[in-house]
Design a protein around this ligand. Structure first.
Ligand code: GCU
Length: 666
């Protein structure tokens, strides 16, 4: 059976005889012109891939002169290419398949693209593929702790075995690097944003260096999350004030120490003054003061500072939705050029559906990166199947209207709107030490989708799903169609039974079980009732001028889409309006009827998902089939649980029966 370890790099044997014959014409040799480490990874990957795809061992050679019939790497000198450094071209030339790029890294990406092409059994007649990344820093964020646990991780323990490092380097690190490089991911933050100061100790820096040595071979830079108060807790200084000369010197020295061990170190990721983490505000300084101090320490090096904008205050009268904008927009133009501000896709926290964060477009002088969550913190952990590409795309395709129509979040993030020199897309990883990396076999697709979109945000959710299914699960077309249909609808189905019509955060604590009734917490915004605002009149959070007026943070064109309850698209309705239970919606149903309809049809649609999966059964590995089929059973049970919890709870306010045709919950 297939244990899922190989992910989308299975290189299943080519079965189409015509295609196989085409490929075999180019297997006389692999031409690797120079000894570079990344080129070596590319050659090895190609050799491994061709062996599995075609059953033939193809030799790697440095001296191929004008030989033909092989696959050749070509490093282009500046002049002959308009490509970005990491971009690549693949074409037939001089009787060879030529993979060319300005950099070794580009050749590695081109090699993976060629292997993907071959895994899909596509013809190479007239082969001509060219691609460049739209975003420069394409990064995973691991929320992994030094003790091996993963915050919001559902696929086992951390991949990083700190207690064995640096002496023992788990071979799995290399497979991790291969998987990421195959998607174009070029950075990884190894530790949790709720960071331990321990990672700044020499003891840990050498451990990190051992991991970085593996990543480097695949063009991946290693980054660390930092604990802002480390000068005090680790360095023994009386303060961690970013304007204190001793503190500044401490960080400079620290960064120098890191570069001694890791010459290509990527930089720092910082969560500061957020959810109890220390930060510059502890000393009356701003986020910019804190970020710029760290940026200064990186001045002699290539590294960057990624500063998170995930902040909110414990103010009962404030709307948490507005917090990041209020704190960060006034700082626009104040950040050092080495700083990128990393903004979550939505204003709250990775909900199943959120409007785009109003920060996008509103900090034209500050590079803004987007942070997506791949791990399914609010999406049913590792038992619910939720394909996330539509979530990522929905944000990227949103129009901010900041420079007229067409000013999408994607254009903010890829720098084309405001001309940012440094651009970033980050994804909170869903990997762990489960044999199949992600726990739920279908969750591999979310890692895949994030990586592919970080390279090219114009790819469609459907195209990415089809690709992933063909590479990972089955090349049978009919079976593939059933699975991609399931994947493409899975997010809407989840939203329908979990948080329909713009509801959010019906959880506390672990973010798993339904708790919409939760009304006690150490802060008002750490309760569920804060978000849905159910009462005898209706449901939803008024964010118009009569409420928190969070809508004012968007451009007028966006406000227009959302400020009239009669015109607000249903997916966003309760995000912005408190709607009467008996209010007739665009569907012809009242709010209460519409909610019930969503909860019931959503939960029942899991049965449809089970049917789609079963229709693909004969073309699936038996182990993978059974694993997903069993998880879908859990999902079905839990979807009913969500439905019943919500319906019974909201009924205490709406005081209406469940509409005819649906069975009342027991
Ligand atoms: C969420 C999540 C936390 C995480 C935080 C963050 O609140 O539940 O576990 O630390 O986001 O992104 O910093």
């Amino acid at each position: 059976g297939d244990d899922g370890y190989q992910l989308w790099l299975k290189y299943e044997a080519v079965t189409n005889p015509t295609i196989k014959a085409e490929y075999l014409k180019y297997t006389a040799f692999i031409g690797q012109p120079t000894e570079g480490k990344i080129l070596q990874s590319a050659s090895q990957e190609l050799q491994t891939g061709l062996k599995k795809l075609l059953g033939k061992t193809v030799n790697i050679t440095n001296s191929f002169g004008s030989r033909s019939g092989g696959i050749v790497f070509k490093i282009e000198t500046g002049a002959d290419s308009a490509q970005k450094p990491e971009g690549y071209q693949i074409k037939l030339s001089g009787g060879n398949i030529v993979v060319s790029s300005k950099t070794e890294q580009g050749i590695l990406y081109g090699t993976f693209a060629l292997l993907r092409h071959m895994q899909m059994q596509e013809t190479i007649k007239g082969l001509s593929i060219a691609s460049s990344p739209k975003v420069r820093y394409r990064m995973l964020n691991h929320w992994d702790n030094p003790d091996g646990t993963i915050e919001r991780g559902y696929a086992g323990q951390s991949l990083w075995k700190w207690y064995e490092l640096p002496e023992r380097v788990d071979p799995r690190y290399e497979d991790y690097a291969r998987a990421n490089a195959s998607l174009g991911i070029n950075g990884t933050v190894l530790n949790n944003v709720n960071a331990s100061a321990r990672f700044m100790s020499q003891e840990y820096i050498v451990k990190v260096a051992a991991v970085a040595n593996v990543m480097r071979k695949y063009g991946i830079k290693t980054y660390l999350s930092v604990y802002f108060a480390a000068p005090k807790t680790l360095g023994g200084l009386p303060t961690s004030d970013p304007l204190d000369p001793q503190v500044r010197a401490w960080w400079k020295e620290k960064v120098a120490q890191i570069y001694k061990e890791i010459p290509d170190f990527g930089g720092f990721l910082v969560k500061a003054n957020s959810e109890g983490e220390p930060g510059p505000q502890d000393y009356g300084r701003t986020h910019a003061d804190g970020a710029n101090m760290l940026a200064e320490a990186f001045r002699p090096y290539d590294g960057i500072v990624v500063w998170r904008a995930f902040v909110y205050k414990a103010d009962p009268n404030a709307d948490r939705f507005k917090a990041a904008y209020e704190e960060f927009v006034p700082l626009d133009g104040k950040f050092d050029p080495k700083v990128i501000v990393q903004v979550k896709n939505g204003p709250i926290d990775f909900q199943p559906r959120e409007p785009f964060s109003p920060l996008f477009g509103n900090m034209p002088k500050t590079p803004l990166g987007v942070e997506f969550q791949i791990t399914q913190e609010y999406l049913g952990f590792a038992t619910h199947a939720v394909y996330e590409a539509p979530i990522f795309k929905e944000c990227l395709d949103s129009d901010t209207f900041v420079n007229g129509s067409g000013s999408t979040v994607a254009k903010v993030v890829d720098g084309s709107l405001h001309g940012y020199a440094r651009t970033l897309m980050a994804g909170v990883a869903n990997t762990g030490n489960s044999r199949n990396w992600t726990g739920h076999p279908l969750a591999q697709a979310n890692w895949y989708a994030f990586g592919r979109l970080s390279w090219d945000h114009q790819l469609s959710s459907a195209q990415i799903a089809q690709e992933w299914v063909a590479l990972t699960l089955t090349r049978n077309q009919k079976a593939g169609e059933h699975i991609t249909a399931l994947m493409l609808r899975s997010r809407e189905i989840y939203v329908d039974y979990n948080t329909p019509i713009g509801l959010s955060r019906p959880w506390m604590g672990v973010h798993f079980a339904p708790e919409p009734w939760q009304n006690k917490g150490s802060r008002p915004d750490w309760t569920a009732v804060y978000y849905h605002r159910a009462d005898s009149i209706g449901l939803g959070f008024d964010r118009t001028a009569s409420g928190s007026n969070a809508l004012a943070q968007y451009r007028p064109e966006v406000q227009q889409q959302w400020n009239n309850p009669d015109k607000t698209p249903l997916p966003y309705l309760l995000w912005f309006h408190h709607v009467r239970w008996d209010q007739k919606l665009s569907t012809g149903r009242s709010l209460w009827e519409e909610l019930c309809t969503r909860f019931y049809t959503g939960a029942d649609s899991v049965v449809w998902m089970q049917q789609q999966w079963d229709l693909a059964k004969e073309n699936l590995d038996t182990q993978v089939y059974a694993d997903v089929a069993e998880r879908l059973k859990v999902q079905r049970r839990e979807a009913l649980w969500w439905r019943d919890a919500w319906v019974l709870y909201l009924q205490t306010f709406a005081r209406q029966p469940v509409p005819a045709g649906f069975n009342p919950p027991k």
